[in-house]
Design a protein. Structure first.
Length: 97
């Protein structure tokens, strides 16, 4: 499916590209080859192939959960620069008033 020079210039304009005549001719050939390849792929009979979301086998890559003892509140807050009533105190980020 060969593209015309005016089609390549239109595509370049849409992409906000300034092309020389040599670049326009080069891209005309390259884009035409890409379109020819896409057309060849479209001709492949895929009617016997079910639609799929992925060609890779699905598997869970997460580790199993193991319950472990939690840290005490005192240990968690031990290195906090400022804690009040068992919570971290931080500087105000947004002023509500």
């Amino acid at each position: 499916m060969p593209l015309t020079i005016s089609e390549v210039e239109h595509i370049a304009e849409l992409a906000k590209l300034s092309l020389t005549d040599a670049e326009t001719a080069l891209y005309r050939d390259q884009l035409s080859a890409i379109l020819d390849y896409a057309a060849a792929i479209q001709r492949v009979d895929t009617s016997a192939i079910p639609p799929t979301a992925t060609v890779l086998p699905l598997r869970n890559v997460l580790r199993a959960d193991h319950v472990t003892p939690a840290m005490s509140q005192e240990d968690v807050l031990a290195n906090a620069p400022d804690a009040v009533e068992g919570c971290f105190r931080v500087k105000t980020i947004l002023d509500a008033g």
